[in-house]
Design a protein around this ligand. Sequence first.
Ligand code: ADP
Ligand code: ZN
Ligand code: ZN
Length: 731
Amino acid sequence: MKLIQVALPSPLRQVFDYRLPAGAAIPVAGVRVRVPFGRQALIGLVTDVVSESDVPAAKLKLVTEVLDIEPALPPALWTLARWAAQYYQHPLGDALSQMLPVLIRQGEPLLAPHPQVWRLTARGQALVPDGLRRAARQQQAWQVLNEHLQGLSSTALQALGVSREALLALQEKELVERIALAAPATAIAVTPLLAEAPLALNTEQAAALSLLTAQTGFRVTLLQGITGSGKTEVYLQHIERVLQAGKQVLILVPEIGLTPQTVARFRARFRCAVAVLHSGLTDNERLSAWRAARAGEVSLMIGTRSAVFTPMARPGLIIVDEEHDLSFKQQEGFRYHGRDVAVRRAQLENIPIVLGSATPALESIANVQAGRYQRLSLTQRAGGAQAPVVRCLDLRGQPVQDGLCAAARQAITETLARGEQVLVFMNRRGFAPVMLCHDCGWQAECSRCDARPTLHRDPVRLHCHHCGFEQAPPRHCPSCNSSDLRPVGVGTERLEQALIAAHPGIPVHRVDRDSTRRKGALQGLLDEIHKPGPAILVGTQMLAKGHHFPRVTLVLIPDVDGALFSADFRGGERLAQLLVQVAGRAGRGDKPGQMWLQTHQPEHPLLVTLLSQGYIAAARALLNERQLLGLPPAGYLALLRAEATRADLPLTFLQQAAVEIVQGKYGVQAWGPVPAPMARKAGLNRVHLLLKADDRKTLHALLATLVPWLDALPSARQVRWSIDVDPQELQ
Ligand code: ADP
Ligand code: ZN
Ligand code: ZN
């Protein structure tokens, strides 16, 4: 008896056995099947064909339907899926379902249906010109089709005023027929490919391009170029060569919504179709982009993290832009790292991959040092712009008003007086992070989290950024009834308000998640910002990514101290990346830019190294620290998280895990269990157990046995738990 094993969209870490109808063809791995599951009918993918099952034969259910002949995913992607599910310890069925468009999961055909057209039959073509004059509408329909003998779609006919009734009547008379067009030719070659002339490369760019284009098989290149050094131009010319060779290119970028300019540059350069894949697509749009990529009908795909799973018929190149960006790591459910999966994919497809960044992740730098990745550097700004001058403003003993010291305020005034723009970077939205009673010291707290809600003024509310809970701020202190409740600390709204008051008549643009919630709002703000004349931009992280603000000549960062003392071991790396990225926004035009940092720690070694020697030197120092501590990339981590309403349950569960790890002598250290940095969030008590090994093999050997063991524990059913391999945030 032949049985198939099926991966189903289920949280269970297992595949399910089914019988095939007698005489049925045996589907190959990766083919979609519809099967009964409990009271549901589910669609899953065949993983294996076996001849025995642990399930008693009488209980084995029959496959309802085999949906396809060919597998849903090309072979390399299928292997990648199985690898990723195993590597990230995620149920295969659920991982696969995240890789496929919703409509494919629901059973829509893998291939786009051929477009249907109406056209005249031979009999219709033989008709005399006024043969239908007694039926005016049919006569008109016939005339239109007689002018378009190759056929027209229903939509086109409708647009030409042809009624459906008339067509059906003509069909009845066998004068017209409805037929499917032949399959569209794959690899639609667009000639000429270029819509604009490429720039003449500078020496560094040309050297990088010639090394990149010299390779065809698998090879990882770290393209490390300061902001504005022309990495994008190098990608464009590399891509051009790959497209000319008839291959497809996949580009991963951090967040499409934040980088419309990047997408626009690819569209401006090439005349071929560009598929943009992001979370804002409708199910139908996603389905057609996926089908087109899979069939090889579209050659250039740009997308965010999940686009790494886009099937390609003719893979030629993968590019991961801003490879250090945190958004490449999925922080829940299937916790994969888009960049790392992309590297593995390039290896399986045997194609080159380029990781680009001005501030590469320490992991990537370590991979260069170990000889696994090749490094290409661009050290000069292309187009002649100068790199900004960075300096610290020592806050010690200085009066600070609305987050800014006197020197900073003066610099803003002077910059505006020259008709230039100022960017104030504050990574905290809202008006103030704390609301405090001046009489008794009471502070507003979130009732569901160990956190303080942020005070917002636009509109007025106390909003917990951790659980989303919102409430009206109290008018009187709940503790002493005083009405002297004060906002403490500075967020973007407060800065905006203070800057408007200080600089009447100067436009102040605030860019954060609140001000850009409305569709098109970000684009509107960006358009305003690009108008000439003095202006102030106040913004969060959103401003640090990918935008070019050529008119900004002064960047101010009011608060870097918080990040210098972050509890997360990656805090220093993230701060260094952020500072360099923000600095990169300034002075891209003809005028040089400056960046000023307000700090109480101007002698902090990280700041000193970063400002005097640059990112790579700072990264080397941080790598040395990680080496000493055995932390990534010098060590390998997995984080077990557990949470429940009752505080003791997650603790008990993770204690059992810790004991098992120690007693099992796996060579993996278990740190904890300890309360999570935010021990209570949205009403749940959260506990962490951090696992650390000196090498990846050891860690994965443990996980392979530990995870099923944990799954079987009775205490596992009383908590919500998860495992995060290569965690990026220890929260
Ligand atoms: P990056 O991606 O490294 O930030 P970009 O590719 O966006 O850099 O280039 C920065 C600016 O320099 C852009 O305005 C770009 O058009 C320009 N540029 C890039 N390469 C060249 C070149 N070879 N000659 C002239 N200008 C260039
Ligand atoms: Zn009070
Ligand atoms: Zn909360």
